[in-house]
Design a binder for this molecule. Sequence first.
Ligand SMILES: [Mg+2]
Length: 198
Amino acid sequence: MTHVDYINPKYRNDKSLKRVIFLDRDGTIHVDKVNTVEEKDLEYFPDTFSALKRLSNLGFFFIIISNQDGIRKGKYDAKKMHAFNQAILKDFKGHGIEILAIYYSPYLPEDNDYSFKPNPGMIEQAQKDFNIDLAHSYLIGDQMSDYKAGLAAGVNSFIVRTGIYHRPLENDKLFNNKKAFDNLGECSFYIFNLENNK
Ligand SMILES: [Mg+2]
């Protein structure tokens, strides 16, 4: 079951068709320190905000979709995660970047919950909540599980190599080298060019 941590009140009842960039959280927008939940550990990449600004200028909204198995493992609770997410929201707002929603999945991989990436439950829930044009939206994450969730939902998906899980992506038969970038900045330029060559 998909869990909601935050919904932007401004868009709660807005059913206009939207294009979204689905963002993984840990290892994609900030440095993954394994079950990162303490505000003092919140460290962005040097290009996090410039990249997101480039994408928001193209008219995309952002939705964070995050596996949070640390909750089921008892490492922290949803309240603690919420405080961490609030810090992210504040920083985004400070950079003039709006987040539509934050969804999370507090399960373990072996629970095989439909919301837990690589399953597409969080994306499908967001689509229902916000009327998202999935075929013209994108997903960016640092693991194959992010990429696969996007593929399963019909979203054009990319991988940034800024995560800490070094399992070679190339071993996965679904991996597409053209869809992997060294960082969020490079990925944002690629999407920028895709959009401007339409
Ligand atoms: Mg990640």
